[in-house]
Write a protein that binds this ligand. Structure first.
Ligand code: GDP
Ligand code: MG
Length: 210
């Protein structure tokens, strides 16, 4: 008999974070449907997808996967998005140093005027908007609203584009280790390490004693 582990609401809430275009939606689509579509505009929107993963020990872990509908472009993600998250998956594109820098903003609360002005992709007017204040304290919010033992993954995606790699694996590993995350490189395109990403997360989630 297979044991299914989930949180009280029926699935461990998993949120995807990272710059627009790094492949968050493609990772979800690959994991949930086993597909890769380079042209489709994949959007889960305000709701979420459920997916279970079977582990070697013949237990199963259920996820409630939240993907953004592109709000990451405009800075303010609603607290609803990350409230109660058991897992945060922070994604960057390993061919894009800019996306690696931005991934670190999601992990740490290091946003300040100087960094903000370099934060391309966010319209200047929004930087000084009240909404932006919410984004600034985002990672503090995550600690407040997420579960205390949140599992965090740092994902270097687009590993199939090896000849265009800009961020060496060592850099990702080092950053992840310093910040209590685990590191993995994936390709939503080839499916490389996509299941492993979710397996590693599942192994790290709290299990009831039995
Ligand atoms: P999001 O904005 O983070 O959700 O990014 P998307 O999932 O929409 O992907 C952005 C673009 O990157 C799309 O054109 C995808 O086809 C492409 N992409 C996503 N994952 C991969 C990957 O693993 N390898 C390659 N080569 N392209 C990818
Ligand atoms: Mg997306």
């Amino acid at each position: 008999k297979v044991k299914v582990f989930s949180d009280a609401n029926g699935g461990f809430k998993l949120v995807l974070l990272g710059d627009s275009g790094v492949g968050k939606s493609c990772i979800v689509l690959r994991f949930v449907r086993g597909q890769f579509d380079p042209t489709s505009k994949v959007t889960v929107g305000a709701s979420f997808l459920s997916q279970t993963i079977a582990l070697q020990d013949s237990t199963t872990v259920k996820f409630e996967i939240w993907d953004t509908a592109g709000q990451e472009r405009y800075a303010a993600l609603a607290p609803l998005y990350y409230r109660g998250a058991a897992v945060a998956v922070v994604v960057y594109d390993l061919t894009s140093p800019e996306s690696f820098t931005k991934a670190q903003y999601w992990v740490k609360n290091e946003l300040n005027g100087v960094v903000l002005s370099e934060y391309t992709g966010i319209p200047e007017s929004i930087i000084f908007n009240a909404d932006w204040g919410e984004y600034r304290t985002w990672s503090k919010e995550l600690q407040k609203h997420g579960s205390p033992d949140i599992v965090m993954a740092l994902v270097g995606n687009k590993a199939d584009l090896l000849d265009r790699r800009e961020i060496p694996a060592e850099e990702g590993i080092e950053y992840a280790e310093k910040n209590g995350m685990f590191y993995i490189e994936t390709s939503a395109k080839t499916a490389d390490n996509i299941n492993q990403l979710f397996e590693e997360i599942a192994k790290r989630l709290p299990r009831p004693e039995s």
